[in-house]
Structures are given as C-alpha cells and as structure tokens.
Design a protein. Structure first.
Length: 133
C-alpha cells in the first residue's frame, strides 16, 4: 500500500517551502539548495507516478477537475525556476563582473517567487473526491 494523493499534495508544499526558504536569501548557498532541490524532484517524480496511476482508474476526471494535475504541473514549474536560479548563480560565480552588469538574478528570483505563489494558490484550490485518498 503506497502513499496517496493527499500525502504528495502536502509533501510538495512542504518541500517547496523549504526550497523557497533556502533560495530566497541575500546570498543563497547552491551547495545547500541542491540537496533540497533533489528532495523536491524525488517528491515530484513520485507524485507524477501516483497521478499516472490514478488517471488509468476511476479518478481520472476527478484528478483534472479537482486541480491535482495542475498542482503537479505547477510544482514542476517551481522545480524549473529553482534550476534556473541555480544556473544564474553558477554563471555569476564564474564571472562576478557579469553579476553587476545584468539583472538575470533578480529576474530569476522574481520568477521563483511567482512560481511558488502559483503552487500555493493551486494547492488552495485543489479538491479531492470522496473516492480519492
């Protein structure tokens, strides 16, 4: 008996919040962010597996109408934005002069906060049918 949709719903939000706390700092440490991103990616992969399994069963319509598929896709967007923030941080670490000449980091951070807020908003809208666990 595996973990259910409600577990992954909560776990995605918890892992996402941990990512935001580690990343949304004045000088985030990529060495600390990467393990948290790996944890989030693992949770996201497991959630995608549960969604794929549920889509073949009786809950296929409820997954879409309840917003669970959208929650998982927005979690994927958050993962992508954290990856982009790490890429920008790595580029700027290699070339500090570049950091002062572009606003890539501030744009990446703004996108990160937007992606997290979208995830939280979708989480608040996600509903489960009585048949879903």
């Amino acid at each position: 008996y595996g973990k259910a949709l409600r577990y992954y719903h909560r776990k995605l939000i918890i892992d996402g919040k941990a990512l935001i706390r580690l990343t949304d700092r004045r000088q985030p440490d990529p060495a600390v962010v990467r393990p948290a991103l790996a944890t989030f990616e693992t949770t996201l992969g497991e959630a995608n597996g549960v969604v794929a399994k549920e889509k073949t069963g009786k809950n296929a319509d409820a997954l879409y109408q309840g917003g669970y598929e959208q929650l998982v896709s927005k979690a994927g967007w958050l993962k992508d934005t954290v990856t982009e923030v790490l890429r920008v941080m790595d580029e700027q670490a290699k070339n500090p002069k570049l950091a002062t000449q572009t606003n890539a980091r501030s744009v990446a951070m703004k996108n990160l906060i937007t992606a997290y807020n979208d995830l939280v908003e979708q989480s608040n809208q996600t509903m489960y049918s009585k048949a879903m666990k």
